[in-house]
Design a protein around this ligand. Structure first.
Ligand SMILES: Nc1ncnc2c1ncn2[C@@H]1O[C@H](COP(=O)(O)OP(=O)(O)O)[C@@H](O)[C@H]1O
Ligand SMILES: [Mg+2]
Length: 311
């Protein structure tokens, strides 16, 4: 199943702000006026260097935080304000998160089958123990693990296998959206590709949409249908993966792309990293408005910057 752009968006984030008051006089503005949409079955890559606000956006959407400002619509429900019981239940089943460090997010004292089955228990999905076992076995198989693994503990697995458990846990309720926050960053590069391929296969079969959060663009390029480039809490440039990679407009996007190593040694030798320093760039993110580059490609900047960057 491919991304369905004719359907209503699965997730609509509109003007999201997430501020953290850290003292009487200082507030961290982690996310500033961010808007984007994710369609059913789509992979939306959210990229930016460490500290740019990627995790905060993910956590605000899944409501680990109360958004400071803005609207979040998911499956036709407004999930930005106070949640009523039914909306909360919907959100907890239809949206799941996969974290960077599976070891830290998997309870070491629990068997794999109970880690994965926990959501089934919480939401009273299974009538009998054997039904629960069957569901756990089926999802283990889907993520490339064996049913014998069900009775083991997290420490008995490799990093890549543990991340498969994390994926199985996220998928057990067949959610419509999975927020994957740097879920492959801690893995060896060879294992990264395996896990990303697994996620793609599952998406193909189940139509799950992914908000794929990463600081490393090489995998993002491979897995994402569309990409949003984030810096200092501002979503600076959005478009299809092809639009972003073939025609980056914002200097920050250009610097990000220029930092990706090229697998061809001849080309890699001549690759020039573009430096970008916001402080000395003369750019004020707060003054930017959305400008259409082409197709579905947008960049946030002033009219003057847009003219300079696209001539
Ligand atoms: N709970 C919090 N309280 C205060 N500041 C925070 C909190 N969470 C994140 N931040 C700050 O918000 C900014 C964005 O953080 P984060 O979303 O974790 O970025 P990323 O995931 O892109 O690395 C950082 O400056 C971080 O220090
Ligand atoms: Mg993060």
């Amino acid at each position: 199943m491919a991304a369905n752009y004719n359907a209503a968006p699965l997730l609509e984030v509109e003007g999201l702000r997430q501020y953290f008051p850290v003292s009487k006089t200082y507030t961290v503005k982690a996310v500033e006026n961010v808007s984007f949409k994710v369609y059913p079955g789509e992979t939306y890559g959210l990229v930016g260097e460490s500290g740019s606000g990627k995790s905060t956006i993910g956590r605000s959407i899944i409501r680990l935080y109360d958004p400071t400002e803005g609207k979040i619509n998911f499956c036709g429900m407004d999930i930005s304000g106070k949640l009523n019981g039914k909306t909360k239940e919907n959100l907890r089943t239809q949206m799941q998160m996969i974290f960077q460090d599976p070891m830290a997010s998997l309870n070491p004292r629990k068997k794999i089958k109970d880690i994965i089955g926990e959501a089934l228990d919480i939401h009273h999905i299974c009538k009998t123990k054997s039904e629960r076992d069957r569901k756990v076995e089926a999802i283990l198989e889907k993520v490339g693990l064996a049913k014998e693994h069900a009775d083991r503990y997290p420490h008995q697995f490799s990093g890549g296998q543990r991340q498969r458990v994390g994926i199985a846990r996220a998928l057990i309720l067949n959610p419509k959206l999975v927020i994957a926050d740097e879920c492959i960053s801690a893995l060896d590069v060879s294992i990264q590709a395996q896990v990303v391929n697994l996620m793609k296969d599952i998406q193909e079969e189940l139509g799950t949409a992914y908000l794929f959060i990463a600081h490393d663009l090489s995998m993002v390029k491979y897995i994402s249908d569309r990409i949003g480039v984030l810096h200092l809490g501002h979503l600076l440039e959005t478009g299809t993966t092809d639009e972003i990679f073939s025609n980056p407009v914002h200097p920050y996007t250009k610097s990000l792309l220029s930092a990706i190593p090229i697998p061809n040694p001849e080309l890699e030798k001549n690759r020039e990293a573009i430096n970008y320093d916001y402080k000395t760039s003369g750019i004020d993110y707060n003054k930017g408005t959305e400008h259409l580059v082409s197709g579905t490609h947008f960049v946030k900047c002033t009219d003057k910057e847009f003219e300079d960057w696209t001539k």
